[in-house]
Write a protein that binds this ligand. Structure first.
Ligand code: CA
Length: 702
């Protein structure tokens, strides 16, 4: 033990010149550009622009960028965080909210903190047990674990200084996946879970002591009960009094915050409704505040200063939870302090961040749910194509959103934003609306169909021909113009978050496991580096001793990677979670050993089966959300059920009902499924395994 402490002390003294670890304060954040070697928060500093002023790595030498070091997280789930680097120490988070502190020059571990989230929580997140980063402030590292505890750790040792349970109702499937935000001496965190029937809110604690400060609900509760704070009186007027209060309303704040210290305003990005479609949620309509809103709050009091709603009465999962960039722009000859967001709904919003006034909103991707946003009223003009309450409609953007949590990067010098865009439409259709909320079941209540479910006369309506594209886009928010875009191959969410730097480069990882460097002004490819692990997270850049580094967390998973396509790194190499750092004149990145996919699916056991039972099993597989983690076919972020060995089949009931593998995150489903249900699910899986095995044998597999 003493040896560990001594080596830690030596390492930290060398790195942080003995001033103490992670000394981030208001003054350093204000002057972040004078210390470009540091990367103080997930999106670097108060501007949240995910831009680095460093330029040793630039368009002339990007081809020489190579491997500096790697740190193995020993995980195979999705990694979504961007690391923080302060005075040579890197802090970041991964699966379940585990925190890593490593020497940012060598990748050597200084400490690791595991919040020991009980395995039963593995069933609770909609989209993998991911975590999108830490906050660092005055010697502390803050993280929110999957089970929605907010923890303050000693930045020098990783020891817990305080922790708070942020949940108000443990029976609901609420989790935390986002990074905490520091604002005015408070630390603020929200929750996820709107796909599973929860009511959204954020909670503020004193950053030093952890003492509860205030809670702001983002949607009203049952009107039979008193309003928790004055904003709920305003919000409740925009909901049908007979709304589905049992389902929760949604409006979870699962990712982005920003803070302007001059205005002393905390900006909060609010999520979608629960249930998703307004006809099921608030049958008599209404805007349903504060769904899909950007809300500005005074962090001292917890009172709202203004709000702006991007998707009034949202029915499409169009969250306003994407990153909010704070910038200074000259628009129409007038200097404006703005907040910019490119949310899922496909419009790029520029707001006055003091007042919430809409300055501009233009599409940055294919949009057919609305024709435009009216600048005077601030409201979208809805297109008939966006209304699916009467039947299936093919809608752009789909639920995946034109842009969601993956960082965009905004260059404050050139005033250009670099956005990872997804142009995948979804066919929305009215789905069955259950009479009662059921814990653990999906609360989405619309159906998402294949695009051949759209009537021929509706295909390609609203001026948007059907297409599927995923690209990095350079966008000018002053002229509201696309400068360039780079189509990438493959399915949705192939490109990760973006980092632009003063070296005229934009850096982005991809699901195929490459780190790509492009010229920022032209989009021309400068480097294509094989990392061997699929990437969703955004890179960051920092410097130590004059050497510039780029670092990224690699690991596929999250909301869109339940299956690993054949062109993904995860399919070829597994999904070895790593932090990988790069520098000029580095070598090749060491690749994990290649996986073999030649194994024949084992002969499945014979189980009681009929076509009706198989069909029922398929329905239950979706109802109980088995498919949210275990894909319908092929390898994914958790075991491939259609290639299970016989011994797993014989333990199937003990696993699904008895919680045998709870410690791995596979919690019991005894609260949802009966023995007969599990037999039906197994019959469906066995049928699928037989089909896959027959296909393999036909292709001449051994
Ligand atoms: Ca959602």
């Amino acid at each position: 033990m003493s040896r560990v402490i001594r080596s830690l002390g030596v390492a930290l003294c060398a790195l942080a010149t003995c001033l103490g670890a992670a000394q981030v304060d208001e003054a350093r954040l204000r002057n972040a550009d004078t210390e470009p070697q540091n990367w103080y928060s997930v999106h670097r500093a108060q501007a949240s622009d995910h831009f680095s002023p460093l330029k040793s790595i630039n368009q002339d030498n990007a081809a020489d960028v190579g491997f500096a070091w790697q740190y193995d997280t020993h995980t195979t789930r999705g990694l979504e965080a961007s690391p923080v680097v302060v005075d040579g120490v890197m802090y970041t988070s991964g699966t379940w909210g585990v925190v890593y502190a490593v020497d940012a020059r060598t990748g050597k571990e200084l400490w690791k903190f595991d919040p020991h989230v009980p395995g039963k929580w593995g069933r609770r997140p909609c989209c993998d047990v991911v975590n999108r980063g830490v906050a660092v402030w005055q010697g502390k590292v803050y993280v929110a674990s999957t089970d929605a505890r907010l923890l303050a750790l000693d930045a020098a040792t990783g020891k817990v200084l305080w922790q708070q349970d942020t949940l108000i109702d443990h029976a609901r499937f609420q989790t935390s996946t986002g990074a905490p935000q520091i604002a005015g001496g408070k630390v603020i965190i929200g929750n996820g879970g709107a796909e599973l029937g929860v009511r959204g809110y954020i909670t503020a604690y004193d950053a030093q002591t952890g003492k509860f400060a205030w809670r702001f609900f983002t949607v009203p509760g049952d009107p039979a009960k008193p309003f928790e704070h004055p904003e709920m009186a305003l919000a409740s007027k925009t909901w049908d009094p007979n709304s589905r209060w049992d389902v929760g309303g949604g409006g979870t704040v699962w990712d982005a915050f920003a803070y302007d210290p001059d205005l002393n305003l905390l900006y909060v990005g609010v999520g979608n409704g629960s249930p998703h479609p307004r006809y099921a949620r608030s049958p008599n309509g209404g805007d349903n505040l504060f769904l899909a809103c950007i809300v500005a709050i005074n962090p001292d009091t917890g009172r709202m200063a203004w709000y702006y709603q991007t998707a009034p009465g949202d029915s499409w999962d169009y969250t306003a939870t994407a990153q909010m960039v704070l910038a200074d722009l000259t628009i129409g000859g007038r200097a404006r302090h703005v907040l910019m967001q490119a949310p899922k709904n496909g419009f790029y919003y520029v707001l006055d961040r003091a007042t919430g006034e809409l300055i501009s909103a233009a599409p940055f991707a294919a949009v057919n749910w609305a024709t435009k946003v009216d600048i005077k009223t601030g409201r979208p003009e809805l297109a008939p194509q966006g209304d699916y309450s009467g039947g299936p409609k093919l809608i752009y953007p789909g639920e995946a959103g034109a842009h969601t949590w993956r960082a965009m990067s905004y260059d404050p010098g050139s005033h250009v934003a670099y956005i990872p865009v997804v142009e995948w439409p979804f066919v929305f259709a009215p789905g069955p609306v259950p009479a009662h909320y059921r814990a653990g079941a999906s609360s989405t209540y619309e159906q998402v169909l294949d695009d051949d479910a759209v009537p021929a006369e509706q295909r390609g309506t609203a001026g948007v021909p059907i297409h599927y594209e995923d690209y990095l886009e350079a966008y000018d928010p002053i002229k509201q113009k696309v400068i360039w875009h780079r189509p990438e191959s493959g399915g949705p969410d192939q490109g990760g978050g973006a980092l632009a730097t003063a070296g005229n480069v934009v850096i982005q990882g991809d699901a195929a496991g490459f780190l790509n460097i492009y010229a920022a002004d032209t989009g021309i490819s400068l480097a294509h580096i094989n990392v061997g692990t699929g990437i969703m997270a955004a890179p960051i850049s920092y410097a130590i001793g004059g050497e510039q580094y780029v670092a990224i967390m690699a690991g596929l998973g999250g909301s869109a990677n339940w299956t690993f396509p054949k062109d993904s790194a995860a399919y070829r190499y597994g999904n070895a979670g790593r932090i990988v750092a790069f520098k000029l004149r580095g070598g090749r990145v060491p690749l994990p050993p290649k996986l073999s996919h030649d194994e024949l699916v084992p002969e499945p056991p014979s189980v009681k089966s009929t076509p009706a039972l198989i069909e029922r099993g398929k329905t239950l597989f979706e109802e109980a959300r088995c498919n949210w983690c275990h894909a319908n076919a092929g390898p994914g972020i958790v075991p491939d059920l259609f290639a299970m060995p016989p011994e797993m089949h014989s333990l199937f009931k003990k696993i699904v009902l008895g919680g045998l593998l709870e410690q791995n995150g596979m919690a019991s489903f005894a609260d949802m499924l009966s023995e007969a249900d599990v037999e039906a699910i197994q019959a469906y899986i066995v049928d699928g395994a037989h089909k896959r095995r027959a296909e393999q044998l036909e292709q001449g597999k051994p």
